[in-house]
Design a protein around this ligand. Structure first.
Ligand code: ATP
Length: 340
């Protein structure tokens, strides 16, 4: 079966890592008609907008996209394209698995947890204003509707994926109304999932516990900013940002992208680690029902890691992006020949 998928190569290291991933997906035998689009500064230059309609409608039509990172400069005049895209398509659930890989030096080789981040509101509401010169307000928006659906998503995800526990992460002791609402809804929704354990942690304690005893966690659900920060923290626990995949899921479609950004410091050198976007691509294959291809590609990737001969620089190796992808493709082919 042919799949129509929107491809957004993105900025910085984006084109290098997405093309490595596309090669591996195709080598796994998945038949894809890619429809390539640009977003962000590139689109601003060409179309006069950072979020062109044709890219958004392509994702709406195909219902699935593989996306490289889009750069968002810090400061005024440029609202985040990543956030804009999630809002435009109401991709409310950001799912970020955190799992160590063989042979990657890291603090917790056994770690296996999933962050479920609310993707549409919280401190990412984008509502900021100057009250008087020198005084600025940024509004954190928490709604019953968005909180209920992300919590429900987290419990359903736990149930569907054989997970045992969901932990709500919050700061309800200080933000009694906003985080308080989120926490109340969490325990209300948890009653519909008696087979899944439910507990909660205050965000600061959660950070310490993640560093000291991360094995106590399974699925963690939280509002937007906490999810942003904990995702990077957890990426650090398993060996770095090059290894952390993600999916943005909504009713209108799903966009698969790595947790990391455009890494301008190493862009264009062909040395970035494509593993995070590749693993996002594997999540995408499972999402579209290509489970067998995903299994085979993952097996080949894990074999390359286990062998330890081809590692990118961020992991202490010397292999470049394209050669790392080629090593995975060779393993894929070797596994197929062995099975034939
Ligand atoms: P952005 O503003 O787009 O989020 P950033 O530079 O703030 O970009 P990242 O792009 O996530 O944040 O990069 C943080 C650090 O991690 C950089 O030093 C970068 O080189 C490194 N890094 C990120 N992704 C990768 C990758 N795939 N392979 C190797 N190093 C990476």
């Amino acid at each position: 079966m042919k799949h129509n998928i929107t491809l957004i190569p993105g900025d910085g290291i984006g084109p290098e890592i997405t093309s490595a991933t596309v090669r591996i997906i195709e080598a796994a035998g998945v038949d894809v008609e890619w429809s390539t689009h640009i977003l962000g500064a590139q689109a601003q230059e060409k179309y006069g907008t950072t979020l062109p309609d044709d890219a958004i409608s392509s994702i709406r039509q195909n219902k699935v996209a593989l996306k490289g990172p889009i750069m968002t400069p810090v400061g005024k005049g440029f609202t985040s394209v990543n956030v804009g895209l999630r809002k435009a398509l109401d991709l409310y659930a950001n799912v970020r698995p955190v799992k160590a890989l063989p042979n990657v030096p890291c603090r917790y080789p056994e770690l296996d947890l999933v962050i479920v981040r609310e993707n549409t509101e919280g401190l990412y509401s984008g509502i900021e204003h100057v009250v008087v010169p020198g005084v600025v307000e940024s509004l954190k928006v928490i709604t019953e509707k968005a909180s209920r659906r992300i919590v429900k998503y987290a419990f359903e995800f736990a149930r569907d994926n054989g997970r045992r526990k969901v932990t709500a992460v919050h700061k309800a002791n200080i933000m009694k109304l906003s985080d308080g609402l989120f926490l109340d809804l969490f325990y209300e929704v948890s009653k519909d999932f008696p087979d899944i354990e439910a507990d909660d942690k205050i965000i600061d304690n959660c950070c310490m516990q993640l560093v000291m005893r991360p094995e106590q966690f399974d699925v963690l659900v939280m509002e937007n900013l906490y999810g942003d920060i904990l995702s990077d923290l957890c990426a650090g626990l398993i060996g770095g940002l090059g290894l952390a995949p993600g999916a943005n899921i909504g009713e209108q479609g799903a966009v698969f992208e790595a947790v990391h950004g455009s890494a301008p410091d190493i862009a264009g050198q062909g040395i970035a680690n494509p593993t995070a976007i590749l693993m996002s691509g594997l999540m995408m294959l499972r999402h579209i029902g290509e489970n067998d291809a995903a299994e085979r590609a993952e097996k080949a990737m894990l074999a390359v890691f286990a062998e330890g001969k081809y590692l990118t620089r961020d992991l202490g190796g010397t292999t470049n992006t394209a050669d790392f992808a080629s090593a995975i493709i060779e393993k894929l082919r070797a596994n197929e020949t062995a099975a034939a």
